[in-house]
Design a protein. Structure first.
Length: 574
């Protein structure tokens, strides 16, 4: 195993630098020492075991023979056997930390047939079977340290159906089943291979000649995973294959016709890993599939391997890390290289579980071993600290004693920030004090008084917040965070902010505006009253003039009517 070290840490206490020795990140990360501002040093036991990682070291012959691990098994003696992609077969004596390499030797017919291993299996008799990608099946003799080869012979119908061996399995009756990629399924009994292959004209035949997995469940049913032909159930009495395929019109059907792995839990439920469709739960009593995808929390839709622990969790190896699935609440906890995994990409057939619960998962950069019950979530919510305050993308430094300064002391111990209307571009940086895979800590922030009520900004691993053009008023910036295991400190950290208004928006400015407004209104009212008074005077003069006119007209009319009446009377008298 290659261990890694990290540079010495420097911790500040009351302005002094304290040195720490290098930290050895091996199997267990036991104790963490944390320096605080004004609070000395804190000792924090992590209580979290890392994944043990074995990988190929070109400078060390006693290491894994190749980066890429393609198959794994643990024999009855506790020896770990590792198949690699190009490096042959490795035997790992963990007691003595010693690797022994078995490779193909062109001039040795008793050597491994090919260095690209696809499957490893130890049968009930203790025989070790090794499948290769191009050169068939191998049986390893522990005593003679020799390999016997089984290959496809076109002239021999009872030979292996194809030299690309993809999976090996022995059922409860002791029959060995060999899956191939391109040649279908083989039943190997008494030295004879009996092939089962896909026949497009026979619906009862195997669904595909590309076999990926073989498993016999608790009730004795033999399940065959295929690439392209879905999940097959083989009735060994009738020799009929039943097919479970994806039906776009049926949401309870298999999600993807490429099956990579099969696992049966203690309740008899089948769990199916697919190549792109995620995880499937198959209830054999109802014949219905339930689907779990990336939308539900899976890190990736490719499920290479499935193992179960004593707590009922499923451990899934994917193309984007390792995932722990809790079927009780349908929750996923995902792990990646930041947690110590060999890489984020694993391989089909490269996984195994020992009788004591220890798990092994291999991928493109070696393999990991761990006990699942020792991979514990950190039960402590992290402290949240605001580490920087910026105006116009420049850090604001504290100026003790300056009453006009934005900060009187370090932002980490500041609880209030006064701002003016000129400070319209501001930002905060913050951190959760959790140091086991801190890059996986999650954050959320909220500007009370500005952001919509109760709507927190969930920003993932981002550690800063930006705001522009805050109106004058009182605000509270709140930030909360989680540790790398998803445990949140919901109280978080808060800091109040006062944005003072510009001079033209202060109370005295508004008082002046009010006085001016009242003055304008009063002037307007006075002017209107004077105008109305003038209008009343004019109207009164006009009324008097009209009255005088009416009197003159009335008098004139009387004086004219008297002579006219006399004249009219004289005329009628004649």
């Amino acid at each position: 195993m290659t261990k890694t070290t990290r540079p010495a840490l420097a911790i500040m206490q009351s302005g002094q630098c304290l040195k720490m020795a290098k930290v050895d990140y091996g199997l267990v990360q036991k104790t963490l020492w944390i320096g605080t501002v004004g609070g000395g040093i804190n000792k924090l036991p992590s209580g979290k075991e890392r994944f043990l990682h074995y990988r190929h070291d070109p400078q060390d012959t006693n290491s894994l023979s190749n980066h890429q691990v393609s198959a794994m098994t643990l024999d009855t003696n506790g020896t770990l056997w590792i198949g690699t992609n190009g490096g042959g077969l490795d035997k790992f004596d963990r007691q003595n930390n010693k690797f022994t390499h078995y490779t193909h030797e062109p001039n040795n017919p008793n050597s491994l047939s090919h260095d690209t291993i696809s499957a490893i299996y130890q049968d009930q008799a203790g025989m070790l079977w090794v499948g290769t990608v191009l050169e068939g099946l191998n049986r390893f003799d522990f005593t003679q340290q020799q390999f016997t080869h089984y290959k496809h012979n076109p002239n021999e119908p009872n030979s292996l159906s194809h030299n690309n061996v993809s999976t090996i399995y022995q059922d409860q009756a002791g029959v060995l089943w060999i899956g191939t990629y391109g040649g279908g399924l083989n039943k190997f009994e008494r030295g004879v291979f009996i092939p089962y292959q896909h026949n497009p004209y026979n619906t009862d035949s195997l669904g595909s000649n590309d076999i990926t997995f073989i498993y016999e469940d608790q009730t004795g049913f033999l399940w065959i995973g295929t690439d392209g032909g879905g999940l097959n159930l083989f009735d060994r009495e009738t020799q009929i294959f039943s097919h479970y395929l994806n039906d776009p019109k049926n949401n309870a059907s298999l999600s993807n016709n490429s099956v990579l792995s099969i696992f049966e839990d203690s309740a008899g439920m089948l769990w199916i890993g697919t190549n792109g469709g995620g995880l499937e739960k198959f209830d054999t009593s109802t014949q219905m599939f339930s689907h779990y995808t990336m939308d539900d929390g899976l890190p990736n839709g490719v499920i290479h391997g499935i193992l179960g622990d004593e707590q009922g969790n499923l451990w899934l190896s994917t193309n984007n890390g390792l995932s722990r699935f809790n079927p009780q609440d349908n929750s996923f906890k995902n792990f990646d290289t930041k947690d110590g995994l060999q890489s984020d990409e694993f391989r089909r057939n490269a996984y195994y579980q020992a009788s004591d619960g220890e798990m092994f998962f291999g991928g493109i950069n070696g393999f990991n071993t761990f006990y699942p019950d020792r991979i514990q979530d950190n039960p402590y919510a992290p402290s949240i600290i605001i580490t920087d305050f910026k105006l116009f993308n420049k850090s604001v430094l504290p100026k003790p004693g300056d009453k006009n300064a934005h900060l009187q002391k370090n932002i980490m111990v500041t609880d209030h920030i006064p701002l003016t209307y000129r400070d319209y571009v501001l930002s905060f940086e913050f951190v959760a004090l959790h140091f086991s895979a801190p890059e996986k800590n999650q954050y959320a922030y909220y500007m009370e008084g500005f952001d919509p009520l109760g709507e927190w900004n969930e920003v993932g691993t981002r550690r800063f917040a930006n705001y522009t053009n805050l109106p004058a008023g009182e605000y509270t910036f709140r930030v909360r965070g989680s540790n790398s295991d998803g445990l949140w400190n919901n109280e978080g950290k808060a800091i109040s902010i006062t944005v003072s208004p510009p001079p033209w928006m202060t109370w005295w400015a508004y008082t002046i505006y009010a006085v001016l407004a009242v003055s304008v209104i009063l002037v307007y009212i006075i002017r209107q009253q004077r105008k109305l008074a003038r209008e009343r005077k004019i109207n009164e003069k006009l009324r008097r003039a009209d009255k005088l006119k009416d009197q003159i007209l009335a008098n004139t009319s009387h004086e004219l009517r008297t002579p006219l009446n006399g004249i009219i009377g004289l005329k009628f008298g004649e």
